[in-house]
Design a binder for this molecule. Structure first.
Ligand SMILES: [Zn+2]
Ligand SMILES: [Zn+2]
Length: 333
């Protein structure tokens, strides 16, 4: 809605323009950041026009726009929502997610119409084909929920060698995939930090070596194992950032992905010596292809709870009250 808030409504079906494809949505993941987007849509869409949210969608190609090659109607695909203009120096350098030309009104569900709908229209270069053994209904969260931690982990491999300790804070939609990605691509000992006991249990099932309650002196327990050479904070609140720094080893790396907008003191005596603090945001289609390959090989799987489009507003209200389920909620049109 123009002034913020969510409404389920009928909109005209989009058509694919030059270089675009129309995707029939099989499933679209619900991300907590959608709550922020729907409360302040003008940040993403300064012209005040309403748009459809949803930046974790997958489905089947319904139609090809003029000039599109290498894709076929009926093919299952996952959508990379964070596309840019595709032509500016930032896009050409491989950082479409930071495209200054398309931002702030850019990306599927991020200013342009997204995947919480029956159809979504995107540039052809923004879709990644899915192999036969991956169901598109549950593949949407591979983008964002999977891709965001994947990009951060891929950029941190020097911190994830043999004997290293990785700490993941927050085992929600992103966290449940982050653990599996770490298990698949690194030999690190993985410690999960999560308040919800059901999610700690899930973390152990998904490959964490240890699942800690943050109130149970988690930092001391990580430090007892030598400290974390790599910390992934999927919450991003003051407390979790402080916990991440407290867990970090000398020369470690703390990456903040979580959107809780917290902060942490940084200085010579406030973080371990030579510790790197970094933010990270989304990823690019070539990384989404690698993630799809990991999923196709059975190394990672999206744990999804299915709802209908009509149930979406209530599901976001529960999410905003921190009443999260396990894994990712996926709307099936
Ligand atoms: Zn998101
Ligand atoms: Zn661009």
């Amino acid at each position: 809605m123009p002034g913020g808030g969510l409404v389920v409504t009928d909109v005209p079906a989009p058509t694919a323009g030059p270089g675009e494809v129309l995707v029939k949505v099989a499933g679209a993941g619900l991300c907590h950041s959608d709550c922020m987007i729907s409360m302040a849509p003008s940040v993403y869409r300064p012209d005040g026009q309403p748009f459809t949210i949803g930046h974790e969608s997958a489905g089947w190609i319904e139609a090809l726009g003029p000039g599109v090659r290498g894709l076929s109607v009926g093919q299952p695909v996952v959508v990379h929502a964070e596309f840019g203009c595709g032509q500016c120096p930032t896009c050409v350098a491989g950082d479409e997610r930071y495209c200054p030309t398309i931002k702030p009104a850019g990306g599927a569900g991020l200013g342009l119409d997204g995947g919480l709908a029956e159809f979504v229209r995107v540039p052809a270069r923004a879709v990644v084909p899915l192999p036969d053994n991956l169901d598109p209904v549950d593949a949407g969260p591979l983008d964002d929920a999977g891709l965001t931690p994947y990009h951060a982990i891929r950029a941190s491999m020097p911190w994830l060698g043999p004997g290293s300790v990785a700490t993941v804070i927050g085992i929600g939609g992103l966290g449940h995939l982050a653990l599996q990605i770490l298990r698949a691509v690194s030999p690190a000992t993985i410690t999960a930090v999560e308040r919800d006991p059901r999610r700690r249990e899930l973390a152990l099932e998904l490959g964490a070596d240890l699942a800690l309650d943050p109130d149970d002196d988690a930092a001391a327990q990580v430090k007892a194992r030598g400290g974390a050479s790599f910390v992934l904070d999927l919450v991003g609140a003051n407390e979790t950032l402080a916990l991440g720094v407290a867990c970090a080893a000398l020369k470690g790396k703390v990456v903040c992905i979580g959107a809780a907008l917290g902060s942490v003191p940084f200085g010579l005596i406030q973080v371990p010596w030579e510790c790197t603090l970094q933010t990270s945001y989304s990823g690019e289609p070539h990384e989404l292809r690698e993630l799809v390959a990991l999923a196709a090989a059975g190394k990672i799987r999206v744990i999804a709870n299915h709802i209908t489009l009509d149930e979406v507003p209530a599901a976001y209200e529960r999410m905003d009250r921190s009443e999260h389920g396990l894994g990712r909620t996926v709307a099936v049109p």
